[in-house]
Design a binder for this molecule. Structure first.
Ligand code: AMP
Ligand code: ZN
Length: 494
């Protein structure tokens, strides 16, 4: 019997705005599509939060025994500055600035994204398709939309006719917007556009003379609209109808709304059964964003190299920090919150490591079986990681108390609490046993790094900065970050 037959998952569907029982189209298998990054700069911690929220979803579905095909794309063309509709392509802009090929920009930031996801111990998706690798599929959808009367060509560009679609479908059903309101808000823009209506969106854009990322099409040289790639790639790899579609909350409109319109109009089916949206990571109360510069980069966090940070934090501590909030809540990043999370994470890991040193008793004073189910209940309730973590702390409290002789565990319950904590901490939350503080950790790695820290301190005292820098840099090269603070030097694993 698979775990998913016992553990009944509910998830919040952004489309129905309710928590629903989760039933996949084909029993035991799940198709999940998540919008990936636009690769023109390094991902910031906000982007990471969304991808880690879906890593948690992917991990838990796997844990329950589902066979998941997880598709997460790379947007390497078409995402123009103003919600994909107009302005420059930021990839091209960056390429021009640095005088390199757009594909060099794409390659650099795709590699950065992969490395970042790896440092967070996020699982790779099953398929990671790119927009530029699916131009033919996108052109095919446009041809279908034109022949069905939902798309029209003007001057080498093709637009989706939102008003025509709204006659027999409901445009705005995901974001809760009404077409009449959108019309009222955009009336004055109508005159200058080649669109029939300002609400229409681009399926294909004619390439201007300076636009070097372009492909031939029945409508001339151009490039696809941003929303189209996700309709094309989700249909290709998951079918006309699939189970879960995810992305950040800010993609609901226009991106996902337009995706629904394109897919429904071309496939004559509602594409997605469950829409999931992850909420934003904020900094100083404002959304972290690439364009405003209000963000923290993963490397700044791992090195402590940012004015807003008092020290470096490991990737696993940052993940623990994020999972202490539910994925649908806004989360504000701060140094204080990170420090508190680091303490909490260390406390949890210390308790986990106690298990092997606790002597079993005849009977348990703690009901491990009921506790284990409450861990599942938390995750079954729309992936409620903060409640899961509270349950893990509950177990930690009991383990500390057993160590102090105030509570007891039977031998089988000790084994059960160990495997359950292991499953949830490492497999489901995807945390790593990596936080090491020189002062309170006696393992071999800490011993070796402590010795190097001591040698570095001696070198510094002797003004031998070549040696002290070499120790710091070479440790960093193997993923060990030294951080000098007022209480001496500590380290974290990147
Ligand atoms: P982009 O590369 O801009 O297409 O964004 C990649 C993903 O990151 C999308 O799913 C966005 O919704 C998400 N995202 C962007 N900013 C934030 C933020 N501050 N917090 C959480 N997710 C974000
Ligand atoms: Zn998308």
């Amino acid at each position: 019997m698979k775990l998913f037959e016992q553990q009944k998952l509910k998830l919040y569907n952004s489309l129905s705005k309710t928590k629903e029982n989760f039933t996949p189209i084909n029993e035991g298998t799940i198709g999940m599509y998540v919008c990936g990054p636009t690769v023109y700069s390094n991902v910031h911690m906000g982007n990471c939060r969304t991808f880690l929220s879906f890593d948690l979803v992917f991990r838990y579905l796997n844990h329950l025994g589902y066979k998941v095909r997880y598709v997460r794309n790379i947007t390497d063309a078409g995402h123009l500055e103003n919600d994909g509709e107009s302005g420059d392509d930021p990839i091209l802009k960056r390429a021009r600035l640095e005088q390199i090929e757009p594909m060099e920009v794409v390659q650099r930031y795709t590699v950065d994204f992969h490395e970042t996801m790896k440092s967070f111990n996020a699982l790779p998706p099953s398929i990671e398709p790119t927009a530029t690798g699916h131009i033919i599929e996108q052109i095919q959808i446009i041809s279908t939309l034109i022949s069905e009367g939902y798309g029209y060509e003007t001057n080498g560009s093709v637009y989706f006719d939102v008003h025509k679609f709204n006659e027999d479908h409901e445009y705005g059903k995901l974001s809760g917007r009404k077409l009449e309101d959108m019309v009222a808000n955009t009336r004055e823009l109508a005159a200058q556009s080649e669109k029939k209506n300002p609400q229409d969106f681009a399926l294909w854009k004619k390439a201007g003379p300076t636009h070097i990322m372009k492909w031939p099409s029945p409508w001339g040289d151009g490039f696809p609209g941003w929303h189209l790639e996700c309709s094309a790639m989700s249909t290709k790899y998951l079918g006309k109808q699939f189970d879960i579609h995810g992305g950040g909350m800010d993609l609901k409109f226009p991106h996902h709304e337009c995706e629904i319109a394109q897919s429904e109009a071309s496939n004559k089916q509602t594409p997605v059964n469950y829409w999931m949206h992850a909420n934003m990571l904020t900094l100083n109360g404002k959304k972290m964003s690439k364009s405003t510069g209000n963000n923290i980069l993963p490397n700044e966090l791992f090195s402590g190299n940012n004015d807003k940070l008092s020290k470096a934090f490991s990737a696993t501590v940052s993940k623990f920090f994020m999972f202490q909030a539910h994925y649908r809540s806004i989360l504000d990043f701060s140094d204080d919150a990170m420090l508190a999370s680091e303490k909490g994470y260390n406390r949890l890991m210390d308790a986990f490591h106690l298990i092997d040193s606790i002597s079993p008793s005849e009977k348990s004073s703690f009901d491990v079986t009921t506790w284990k189910q409450s861990c599942y209940d938390a995750m079954n309730d729309d992936f409620n990681s903060p409640i899961l973590i509270a349950q893990l702390f509950e177990a930690a409290k009991e383990l500390n108390s057993a160590k102090a002789g105030a509570s007891t565990f039977s031998k089988s319950d000790l084994a059960l609490i160990k495997t359950t904590m292991h499953d949830f901490i490492f497999d489901v939350l995807g945390l790593e046993d990596a936080s090491s503080n020189v002062a309170n950790d006696g393992n071999q790695l800490s011993g070796a790094v402590s010795l190097l820290i001591e040698l570095r301190n001696q070198a510094r005292a002797n003004k031998d900065f070549d040696t002290s820098d070499k120790i710091r840099d070479e440790l960093l090269a193997v993923g060990i970050q030294l951080k000098d603070g007022k209480d001496g030097t500590s380290f974290s694993l990147n």
